[in-house]
Ligand binder design. Structure first.
Ligand SMILES: [Zn+2]
Length: 363
């Protein structure tokens, strides 16, 4: 079946139709085939536009340098939340543990979010607050239970607009698959995406949000509709000394340009990773290595390294727990920096919600 794309559907709904309530789709059904035109984005309504946000945050105290504030922070556009249409399963080995791992994706109700459910019975919301480790991957944890390497699955869920899903996990981490998100994309195509009828709020940044330090940094700024990324990496002394990319994220671009990019490691790091007990499941089947003279195998893209970094960034940003419009610029991104940015974004959006609710209570 064809997987339908949320972002193109969004573009079908012009702002001039914002008040046309009958654009609201009322019957949940899986996307697919001619249902492409069935929009999950029924209404574009920006409550903040009714009251001016201009002038806020213009004193530069927040790092804005005194420039006029972008409209917001506000909770921007509205659309419908989604889940998957049917359960699907993926099995494989974990990249770091080499253990057999099974992931079962189950449909979930509106407002449930993405929740990981390991065999311990603990449930772990997929938010930056629950990240317990960022060494060579992003690990979520709660009450002593953890699930590792969630970022490629999270990136696919975000790119395809899946808001609510229960991720049941058997094993210590998500399967490595082929080291990329390609198999997760295929799995979501198999599952289908189902609009739930409940509103989804796409957040808009009200200021520039920073994370990282001089060795790795990421900045999120207001701008445009949807998520745009600019990513630059430097691995001095290797063939991947400088690589960069820019793209505005759509499901189609994600599937074609980002999802197939595989995990990699630097030749000089491999011994250290093994000594740390990591990469036990790593092989030419799911990763490649980068050295001073070349790569360990045939690449899928000439710039596969930076594309994989973009994949990891999208997956980690998804842990802010909310879809948002904006531009993210990442220079030498790492899981640690990505998650730090997701955490800061989460705090920013929560403060926007609190401001909205306070304003509403005063009316
Ligand atoms: Zn990765």
């Amino acid at each position: 079946m064809r997987l339908n794309f949320v972002a193109p559907a969004r573009r079908l709904v012009s702002r001039k139709f914002a008040s046309t309530a009958n654009l609201l789709a009322t019957t949940p059904r899986p996307f697919g085939g001619a249902a492409f035109l069935y929009t999950a984005h029924a209404r574009c309504y920006n409550p903040a536009r009714k009251r001016s946000f201009r002038g806020r945050d213009t004193d530069g105290a927040d790092g804005s340098g005194g420039f006029p504030a972008a409209p917001g922070p506000d909770m921007g556009r509205y659309a419908q939340q989604t889940t998957i249409a049917r359960p699907v399963i993926k099995t494989g080995i974990g990249l770091h543990t080499g253990a057999r791992c099974i992931v079962s994706l189950q449909p979930a109700e509106a407002n449930a979010g993405v929740v990981f459910a390991p065999e311990s019975g603990v449930t772990i919301p997929a938010t930056a607050d629950h990240v317990v480790d960022t060494q060579r991957g992003t690990t979520l944890g709660a009450n002593g239970s953890t699930v590792g390497c969630v970022e490629h699955l999270m990136a696919a869920l975000y790119a395809f607009g899946v808001d609510n899903v229960r991720v049941e996990v058997s094993g210590p981490e998500a399967p490595a698959c082929d080291g990329s998100a390609r198999e997760w994309v295929e799995l979501l195509k198999e599952a289908g995406v189902l609009p739930l009828g409940a509103g989804r709020r796409v957040a808009r940044l009200g200021k520039v949000v920073w994370a990282g330090d001089e060795s790795s940094s990421a900045v999120a700024a207001p701008g445009g509709s949807g998520l745009a990324l600019a990513v630059a990496v430097r691995f001095e002394g290797t063939v991947a000394d400088r690589q960069s990319l820019w793209l505005r994220l759509t499901p189609r671009r994600f599937a074609k340009q980002i999802a197939p990019a595989r995990t990699f490691a630097l030749d000089r790091e491999l011994k250290g990773l093994q000594e740390m007990g990591l990469a036990k499941g790593g092989s030419g089947e799911n990763a490649f290595s980068v050295g001073p003279e070349g790569y360990s195998g045939v690449l899928r893209f000439q710039d596969e390294v930076v594309r994989h970094k973009a994949l990891d960034l999208i997956g980690d940003l998804a842990l802010c727990g909310r879809r948002f419009d904006g531009l993210v610029v990442a220079v030498r991104p790492s899981h640690r920096t990505n998650v730090e940015l997701a955490r800061a974004l989460r705090a920013h959006f929560e403060s926007a919600i609190a401001q909205e609710e306070a304003a509403r209570s005063l009316r």
